[in-house]
Design a protein around this ligand. Structure first.
Ligand code: 5GP
Length: 351
């Protein structure tokens, strides 16, 4: 009998146009694809050129695509040194965000390509090529996928989160952050924050208990991994907005994050729609706010562009927040689909 071959599906993490590829043996035989496309690989016998077709195509045409190894090698070689530095996202952060970003950036720069060159091994770990995926659908009783919202400051993540919470408080939940500052009289532990000592906060940082943390006016603030778990344990959809560099740590089988990128519309539309709006710069509505300025618009657009360049391959859904109500509906629909339909996820999440 014909044993059914296991099928290999890859999500492309880069755009590919064979017309522009000088290395391909025959351009007409190439298969063009876009970042995010799911490809079914039909032949991996050749070390350099694989054969693949677009998944879900009615009339799929198989064509040549660069193998993972080949693509990684040539991208790592081509990559200018400066690109290995994490990109600076220019913004005017609150004191909190700034200290947080700097601490993470230092960590990241430890990674260098210099050693790799010496040993003729290229640093391919961060070169996005393909990711093996498998179909996944949330089973009855299974935990919800973590919903991660990313986007530049001022784009409206807080508003969208708040609208979701209000629209269905039984269904959606948000994390309760930790802080080392003293509790105010009207606050209760475990409601506004989990209030812990500075010492315990530092121990927890050391033990990687936090997804993100930073300092503000001499106190620590942060969101713990366990605070996400406790929302999911209540069978709620946990809404989390984070800096995109945290995605690396959150993309686990446990959380199966669904990553939504919220981006600003054109600068003209920003001027029209955000004229009298205010930027909320904190993590919640207790944060300071100020009116939008013209320079904030350009900064938001630049920040969004940098995020998309560096992390776009991790975004499963991109929503342009032009009109808030429309963006919200789009998000709500996407989240319903995540719960009810089959999606492609990294194959390691399905074992
Ligand atoms: P407060 O001490 O007045 O409650 O908050 C001080 C600042 O810390 C506010 O701007 C608030 O938005 C911010 N903040 C509180 N919790 C978190 C958190 O978990 N992460 C981040 N990034 N900021 C937080």
């Amino acid at each position: 009998g014909l044993a059914k071959e296991p099928k290999v599906y890859l999500r492309a993490l880069f755009d590919y146009n064979p017309e522009e590829d000088k290395a391909i043996p025959c351009r007409e035989a190439g298969l063009a694809f876009r970042r995010g496309d799911v490809l079914q690989v039909v032949c991996q016998d050749d070390a350099t050129w694989w054969q693949a077709k677009h998944e879900g195509d009615v009339n799929p045409r198989a064509g040549l695509i660069p193998s993972k190894h080949f693509q990684e090698r040539r991208l790592a070689l081509r990559r200018p040194m400066t690109n290995t530095q994490p990109q600076k996202i220019s913004r005017k952060p609150s004191g909190f965000r700034r200290s947080f970003r700097l601490s993470r950036r230092d960590k990241k720069t430890n990674k260098s390509m210099y050693e790799c060159k010496k040993s003729e091994q290229y640093d391919t770990a961060d070169v996005p090529t393909y990711e093996e995926v498998a179909p996944y659908r949330k089973g009855h009783g299974a935990k919800h996928r973590l919903v991660i919202l990313v986007g530049p400051t001022g784009v409206g993540l807080n508003e969208m989160k708040r609208k979701l919470l209000i629209s269905d408080p039984q269904h959606f939940g948000v994390t309760i952050p930790h802080t080392s500052r003293t509790k105010r009289s009207q606050e209760s532990d475990g409601v506004e924050y989990h209030f812990i000592s500075k010492h315990l906060f530092e121990t927890d940082i050391h033990n990687n208990k936090f997804i993100e943390h930073g300092e503000y006016k001499g106190n620590y603030y942060g969101t713990s991994v366990d605070s996400v778990r406790s929302v999911l344990a209540k069978n709620k959809v946990c809404l989390l907005d984070v800096q995109p560099h945290t995605l690396k740590h959150l993309r686990t089988a446990e959380f199966k994050p669904y990553v939504v990128f919220v981006k600003p519309p054109s600068i003209e539309r920003l001027r029209e729609t955000r004229k009298n709006a205010k930027i909320i710069s904190g993590k919640d509505d207790k944060g300071s706010s100020k009116p939008f300025m013209e320079e904030d618009f350009q900064e938001m657009i630049n920040a969004a562009q940098l995020m998309e360049n560096q992390y776009g391959h991790l975004f499963e859904k991109v929503i342009v927040n032009d009109d808030l109500a429309a963006a919200f509906s789009e998000l709500k629909l996407a989240l319903r689909k995540v719960e009810t339909e089959t999606h492609w996820v990294p194959i390691s999440w399905t074992h």
